[in-house]
Design a protein around this ligand. Sequence first.
Ligand code: AHR
Length: 484
Amino acid sequence: MNTIKIDPDRTLGTLERNVFGGFAEHLGRCIYGGIYDEGSPLADAEGYRRDVIAAIKRLRMPVIRYPGGNFVSGYRWMDGIGPKDRRPPRAELAWHTVESNRFGTDEFVRWCRLIGAEPYLAVNCGDGDMREARDWVEYCNGTSDTELVRMRRRNGSEEPHRVRYWGIGNEVDGPWQMGMKTPEEYARAYTEFGKLMRMVDPDIQLIASWTSGWFDDWVERGQLLLEQAPRLVDYMAIHWYVGNREDDFGRYMALSELFEDRLTAAEGLIDAMRVCRKLERPVHLAVDEWNVWYRTRGDDRLEEVYNLEDALVVAMQLNAFIRHARSVKMANLAQVVNVIAPMMTWEDGLVLQTTFHPFEVYSRQAGSVALDAYWEGETFQGGDQAGVRVLDVSATLNPEARQISVFVVNRSLDAGEVEIVLQEGAWAGAGARWVVNGPDIKATNTRENPEAVTAAEERVEASGARVRLALEPHSVTALTLPIA
Ligand code: AHR
């Protein structure tokens, strides 16, 4: 029997809404043909796809990272402002195309406002310099009568954009990156970029590019950043992408252990530096690119078609962020549309991919406090990981509504059951559960069959300390119930 034990007083910390963030890059059809589709009958007068806006709003993404990704390491932000017919097309070296620059800073910030998200801009720390970076902060956030602020005003934004989140560079640890940096080079560059950007606007939050390749130097990278720029780092950014190249369901499902190991190790290093260097300001983790991505590695469009097992892995990643809510204060699903994304557009419409559904359910049901759920039960062997629990679990509390949400991924191909025990208080009446599932683990949502995998909602009643839940095979279940 599987059991989950929850004590509403046993909390892990605030679960920031920003863990449900997204990422949009000038890559393939993410911007052009996705977010922005000039001339499309599905776009509004400014060129924004209305169907994409409606679908993204369902995901309630509170923050969107932009404009890359690898793209940003060759990006000149000034190319993307001002009258569109005067914007220069440029050779784009990261994804081997030509960037028209018809979509840029002002269009992005406007789109964020339309979907109710905060913009998070990453500056070019590849082939770009710190002058460009500080100028971008001034263009966006400045209020004095300077040429950059006048430019923004001429471009239609009288009021500052008030961009709060600024990343310095992207995946600087990777040889694929334009302007890759050694740990020492990046710590130096970060310190000077950050110093100047903060001189322009002392209120911005700065995000350091820590690791994406998880190479042997990632500990050294983190340590150097926190030694050299302790007052300039608000978030340490890590990236990962996972997949099922071996077509081995058990091994794929056991990836929870990798997420757990990486987050535990990363927060451990930050903790160690906090004690060692007596850091007083909090330093958070931002998993500012994460997802499943393996089928379309090596191509330039990354139009990955997701199946049900990928949706389970997306849910497992969200569970890991909730369990590590103490340190993970931002996470950005990479990406938001068409490019390794939860939705795929066509000229005449859009399909919600399998991965859309767990993301929507988690984003809508998660409360603001992460709970330290304990669970035990059946186990499986996945790849070389033995004793992995069949269920992958997280839980949250919504203190205002007095509701608990429990998120359970059933990684078995068989149906199961779980008893959820409330260790303090009692379940108190009517709630609901959402089950993300489909006919089999390889099921995908296509234009012809767009609802093979969806989230089904059902009413649930509970009282007393225990509630039993039937679990469908290969499914994600979210249960939200009031407590007395
Ligand atoms: O999201 C696709 C790419 O993955 C990004 O451009 C890069 O940062 C990462 O390697």
